[in-house]
Design a protein around this ligand. Structure first.
Ligand code: SAH
Ligand code: SF4
Ligand code: F3S
Length: 580
């Protein structure tokens, strides 16, 4: 493999160890001159599989690439750099990746500078990188989840040395701040609050691919959220494999409840979070969710199985009864809460009775949505070593039965929504029908409705008229023009120039010295009017009036107002023209 430079390869043993302490690394990234001249005029495309953690990594990579000078494209054929960001959580997630990699052989043929990089969780598995190198010579770079911050250096090295670079660290992981981001959505954002996972559920690969559980400093989380709010974001989802454990590594009492409360207080319109492990869901968290109206009453609470014995074998650390007690507690304290979940069917040796336990639990909880998966053995995890006596056929049959139970639970909620009005954050045109808009309610129901496209990014009232299991049809309650006018007013008032103009104008009204001066000017005006023109007394009164006016105009606040005046006028003109 002379064309390859292998800097590091993953090792499951290392990935499992939790000995190193996470370091906090700050500092902005620089771009090697070789990479910036290579990037000139070149386009990148990133294809992401897997969870929101990967989506957030995509945004970081996009931010880094744009820093280097690449521009984004969505057209595969015209991409000069493609990054395939993989997921390892189930086999079917992995299967898709090979097809994707094969597809870009054509780009390499047509363009000698073409670069193909493969990254993400799948690269953290032993043997995957070697397999890719052997079968796909058109790959230029392979890197792991811990190497995302080094993307620009790795690309520069590949460009300079004309080699395929492989760098996949297997270690507990650090926290890297100050990375740029090019976000995928202008209204909804993901914000990482913690990385990695220490739970080691016996079926799951994530603790190996993402490293130890480590919390981001609260100040960095709040800074990112503030910037998002200032940029007009309407929804923030706080991300972590298990958000409830936030702060345990600080040992100073900071908890997830603290983060929730502090972010809610910043005033974001909608605050969501995921994922919560049922094991350390505190009462304090429940109370904070109940207390703040901008924290969405929607909790993703993966149960995985309804059988206590299965849960024990899965290493989930709670029983069926404990889970149900938590659900009861949440529902008592947050009456309108929507609950969603993840379920694995066919964990090794799951008996028919144990599967029935999952069905009865779902019947009892009546989830608002559930992601259901057939168990997929992941090499290196404890469960993968268990001999399994359940046939694929049985697993599929159980899976289909589970879907029916889930659907009837979902429908029972959807039915109650018909005829009622809900707040919907408009995502844009519906994926299935371009003539409709779509968006999510506060409790995460997908609603399609007719309305003008400029409502994208607005929160509007929609009345539900038809229920389907996984999406609903609604109609706008307010006249779209009124919604537009309200949004216009809101945005205008948020504009920094307008804000300053209004605040200076208010200060002028309230300033003591100016109030006194205005009174003196009025008196001088009256005095002047009472004098006979051309009289000496008239001359004196005129001078008095002029000197008071001069003093008024030279006051710093009045000066400031005059300076802003023209800018405000041209901004308003620009906006009104834009509206036409
Ligand atoms: N940290 C999150 C989930 C991450 S993975 C949590 O604990 O909830 C998302 C979901 O994938 C899991 O909840 C689980 O239902 C499913 N999953 C994980 N490993 C799996 C495997 N080996 N086979 C099938 N499903 C799996
Ligand atoms: Fe995987 Fe369990 Fe960690 Fe979730 S909590 S990421 S299922 S090990
Ligand atoms: Fe997949 Fe990695 Fe996320 S395995 S689910 S992309 S953490």
């Amino acid at each position: 493999m002379g064309r390859c430079v292998i800097k590091s390869l993953p090792e499951m043993k290392l990935a499992r160890s939790r000995v190193e302490k996470a370091k906090l690394i700050r500092g902005e990234k620089t771009v090697a001159p070789s990479l910036s001249s290579f990037a000139k005029g070149k386009k990148y495309l990133i294809k992401t599989f897997g969870c929101q953690g990967n989506v957030r990594d995509e945004e970081t990579m996009a931010g880094l690439l744009e820093l280097a000078g690449f521009t984004k494209t969505t057209v595969e054929k015209e991409a000069d750099l493609v990054i395939i960001n993989t997921c390892a959580v189930r086999e079917n997630a992995e299967d898709k990746v090979y097809g994707e990699i094969g597809k870009f052989k054509a780009n390499k043929k047509a363009n000698k500078d073409f670069m193909l990089a493969v990254c993400g969780c799948m690269m953290q598995e032993e043997g995957v990188a070697q397999k890719l190198l052997a079968s796909y010579p058109h790959i230029t770079l392979i890197f792991g989840t811990h190497n995302v911050p080094d993307l620009l250096d790795l690309l520069a090295e590949s460009v300079e040395r004309h080699k395929t670079i492989v760098d996949i660290h297997s270690f507990a992981g650090d926290i890297i701040e100050d990375l740029p981001a090019k976000r995928n959505d202008p209204y909804k954002a993901f914000v990482n609050i913690s990385y990695g996972c220490d739970k080691f559920c016996t079926y799951c690969i994530v603790p190996y691919t993402r490293g130890r559980e480590r919390s981001r400093p609260l100040e960095d989380i709040l800074k990112e959220c503030k910037e998002l709010i200032e940029a007009g974001y309407k929804e923030i989802t706080l991300l972590g494999q298990n958000v409830n454990s936030y702060g345990k590594d600080f040992k100073d009492g900071t908890s997830f409840a603290t983060v929730l409360e502090e972010v809610a207080k910043l005033g974001i319109a909608r605050l969501r979070f995921m994922t919560s492990h049922p094991w350390d869901f505190s009462l304090e968290m429940i109370d904070i969710i109940a207390k703040y109206p901008n924290i969405m009453k929607c909790i993703h609470l993966p149960v995985q199985s309804g059988s206590t014995e299965m849960l024990r074998l899965m290493g989930r650390r709670y029983t069926r009864e404990e889970y149900l007690a938590l659900v009861k507690n949440i529902r008592e304290r947050i009456p309108d809460v929507a609950l969603t979940t993840d379920i694995i069917v066919g964990f090794p040796n799951e008996t028919a009775e144990q599967f029935e336990d999952t069905l009865t639990l779902c019947e009892e909880v009546k989830y608002d949505a559930a992601f259901t998966f057939i168990y997929s053995p992941r090499k290196g995890t404890p469960a993968a070593a268990i001999a399994d006596n359940v046939s694929d056929e049985d697993k599929h049959e159980r899976f289909n039965r589970l879907l029916k139970v889930i659907e009837s639970g979902v429908m029972s909620h959807s039915k109650t929504m018909v005829g009622k009005t809900y707040k919907v954050l408009v995502d844009g045109p519906s994926k299935k029908d371009e003539t409709m808009l779509s968006g999510y309610t506060e409790n995460s129901k997908l609603i399609n409705f007719r309305g003008p496209s400029y409502l994208k990014g607005e929160i509007v009232d929609v009345k539900i008229i038809e229920d389907h299991a996984f999406s609903m049809i609604g109609e706008l309650v307010e006249d779209p023009l009124i919604i537009k006018a309200k949004a216009f007013k809101e945005n205008l008032l948020k504009d920094p120039l307008i804000k300053e103009f209004l605040s200076v104008s208010k200060a002028i009204d309230e300033d003591e010295s100016l109030i006194a001066l205005r009174k003196d000017i009025e008196a001088a005006q009256r005095d002047l009017a009472s004098k006979v023109v051309d009289d000496e007394a008239h001359k004196i009164a005129k001078e008095k009036y002029a000197s008071l006016m001069k003093e008024y105009e030279e006051h710093p606040l009045i000066h400031n107002y005059a300076a802003l005046h023209d800018d405000v006028e041209s901004l308003l003109k620009e906006i009104t023209e834009g509206l036409k």
